[in-house]
Design a protein around this ligand. Sequence first.
Ligand code: G3D
Ligand code: MG
Length: 179
Amino acid sequence: MAVKIKLCVLGDPSVGKTSLIRHYCEGYFKENYLSTIGVAFNRKTMDIQYKGESKEIIMTIWDIGGQTLWAAVRANYLNGAQGILLLFDLTNRSSLSHIRDWYMDVTRVLGNDVPLSIIGNKSDLEHNPNVIKIAQDMCAQLRPNLHFYTTSAKTGTNMEQVFEDISIDILNKVQERAE
Ligand code: G3D
Ligand code: MG
């Protein structure tokens, strides 16, 4: 039986949320997406290996517009999310400094143990390697064993890994609850 998962992607405007989701769901990178207004939905079906079995996952990925800053709208958006990707742009320090705020915002609604990964996107662009170290330290402070990745929505580097790993975290959580 297919498992349905709701995943929400958050982060500052222009960090590459829509690009990463679209590349993953549609299989290609496209420049010039219209800035997301409100919320967009994407769906991806995948088969992953879980505890020695192949599991079909139907993932609905919610893409919230960075402009949608009203707390009430965001809480609605997050409602029922089983996993979270928090994105920043490796070439934009302020987007990294806002990760903590995004994290607090999410955990206020979903609790501290929601499966969550932090992603530094645009790894294909030149960036200061210190940024990665700073991001890793921040992740460790927020929660031990938080996943951190660098990705490129343009080339697809690490993209599959991010979605597969969070699916496994979510399946583990679903199973824990059922026991
Ligand atoms: P958002 O949904 O977080 O607001 P978008 O961000 O997906 O709309 O991306 C914002 C801009 O960054 C877009 O450029 C997009 O092409 C670019 N971008 C996103 N991800 C990457 C990446 O991994 N590498 C590179 N090189 N660019 C990326 P434009 O020029 O359309 O504003
Ligand atoms: Mg967008």
